[in-house]
Design a protein around this ligand. Structure first.
Ligand code: ADP
Length: 466
């Protein structure tokens, strides 16, 4: 709707980056946590395996010396000395159990699970339910199974699992939140740069600059380089404008001379002569070029803040009628309906001549870019602080890509090039409205038509001022 399109910041890249950083952090923490857990468990299991292998060696010696009695004594000694929890089984060659014993503090050993020792942990050791067991083939032909119970592994495992909720999960959460914030803060200069680009694209205000971040680094370099480019661009645009203005200015005098020469020649030429026709054409063309130069200079003057206004009381219905009258014939010729909708109560202060010119430019455009539309409506509205002058048509409309550019000097949409014009009309409209400290708005879509609104601040009516 507004001539300076407001673009909302787009957070999608920040979001993707934040998710990426958060995800990586989560994967890193999870890998460390589970990796360290596995390593710890393996180390403890190896320790248990070496202890049970030591014990089985002692038991082999005890069996060799005094068979069952030797084993029973060994268990008793363990109970009184180390307090270890050990269970022993000796099987004959026919698998009948010929000895079975355990220290008093040991729970029942799950022999069924411990039956098949594997070499996983070294030395043919098997583990299940906190038990670690090994089987030895004795010289006398029997098999001796020794199993050692230890709660250390399960205790460590439980403590380690507890660590997840007390330390790892909060760390993970803090890390992800921190990462997300970091990404959003780090990308702020980029978002500012984009906002400045949108601002320039929407308003043509080349004076906008990006505030560089305080910290040295790539983003500050980017902001500074971007500002340097803007600086250059601004100087270029200004010098182009100045050149255009001075060319317009310099052409004024020779054109005035040309015009008066043509006028004098015309006055002296005979009524039917070919020279008279040529001079009349010459005069007409000169007047057209002069009008273009005047517009260019008016725009330049207004943009430089030097446009002098003669404020007076204006009745909207009256100024609309004056403009409508001016275009009555053109509208009729094109089969269009020019309608004025303004009650007599809409009055405001402004420069009548300039505003009439601005409105005339808008009506001229509406009739120029009619397409299949046939209606042009001029309407006015008073709000508490503003007066709104609106010129609406149902003609060709303007594409979204062209909308921000139509206020630029010499801009003409590609498809409008066949119509007469220099691309100065709207820049003059904008300049006049801004000289009144107002602003212009446009709402347009191809095929739907356009609605131009001049929003002027309401000011006390002045008699006539310079
Ligand atoms: P000109 O009419 O001389 O081309 P303007 O500055 O008046 O220049 O307008 C700039 C461009 O804006 C036009 O070339 C045209 O493409 C577009 N435009 C302006 N008014 C309308 C309108 N009422 N309907 C469609 N397009 C318009």
């Amino acid at each position: 709707m507004s001539s300076a399109k407001n673009k909302r910041p787009d957070w999608r890249f920040s979001l993707r980056l934040a998710l990426g950083v958060g995800g990586l952090f989560a994967v890193a923490v999870a890998t460390i946590y589970f990796g360290a857990g596995t390593l710890l468990e393996r180390a403890l299991a190896r320790e248990e395996a070496s202890l049970v292998l030591d014990r089985s060696e002692d038991l082999r010696l005890a069996w060799r010396d005094s068979r069952s009695e030797g084993l029973t004594n060994f268990l008793k000694e363990l109970e009184t000395t180390t307090g270890e929890q050990l269970a022993i089984r000796v099987e004959a060659a026919d698998h009948s159990v010929i000895f079975h014993g355990a220290t008093a503090n040991a729970p029942d050993a799950p022999w069924a699970k411990l039956d098949s020792p594997s070499a996983e942990m070294g030395g043919g050791v098997h583990a299940a339910d906190g038990w670690t067991a090994t089987t030895l083939a004795l010289e006398s032909g029997e098999a001796l199974q020794a199993a050692r119970f230890s709660a250390v592994l399960s205790d460590v495992r439980n403590t380690y699992r507890g660590l997840f909720t007390t330390a790892v999960a909060p760390l993970l959460l803090a890390g992800i939140i921190g990462g997300v914030l970091l990404v959003f803060v780090a990308l702020r200069p980029l978002r500012r740069t984009v906002a400045v680009m949108h601002h320039i694209g929407g308003t043509g205000d080349w004076s906008a600059r990006v505030t560089p971040p305080k910290a040295r680094g790539e983003l500050r370099n980017l902001a500074e380089a971007f500002n340097a480019v803007l600086e250059r661009q601004q100087r270029l645009v200004e010098s182009l404008r100045q050149s255009l203005d001075s060319v317009a200015h310099d052409l004024r005098t020779p054109l005035t001379r040309l015009r008066s020469t043509a006028e004098t020649g015309l006055a002296q030429a005979g009524a039917e002569s070919a020279a008279r026709e040529a001079l009349a054409d010459c005069l007409e063309e000169t007047q057209r070029v002069q009008a273009t130069l005047d517009t260019l200079l008016d725009v330049a003057e207004a943009e430089a803040g030097a446009m002098k206004l003669r404020r007076e009381n204006i009745v909207a219905a009256e100024i609309f009628s004056e403009v409508a009258e001016l275009y009555e014939f053109t509208a009729e010729e094109k089969g269009a309906k020019l309608e004025v909708r303004a009650g007599p109560g809409v009055e405001f202060a402004g420069d009548r001549v300039r505003l009439r010119r601005a409105l005339a430019n808008l009506v001229d455009n509406a009739l120029k870019y009619l397409g299949t539309g046939r209606s042009v409506v001029l309407s006015a509205e008073l709000t508490e602080r503003e007066v709104l002058l609106c010129v609406q048509d149902d003609g060709l409309g303007i594409s979204a890509a062209d909308l921000p550019k139509i206020w630029d000097r010499l801009f003409r949409a590609d498809r409008s090039r066949s119509a007469p014009g220099m691309g100065l009309g709207l820049s003059l409209v904008k300049a006049i409205v801004e000289a009144h400290e107002g602003r212009v708005e446009v709402d347009s879509a191809p095929g739907r038509g356009s609605s131009f609104v001049l929003r002027l601040p309401r000011q006390p009516v002045a008699k006539a001022s310079g």
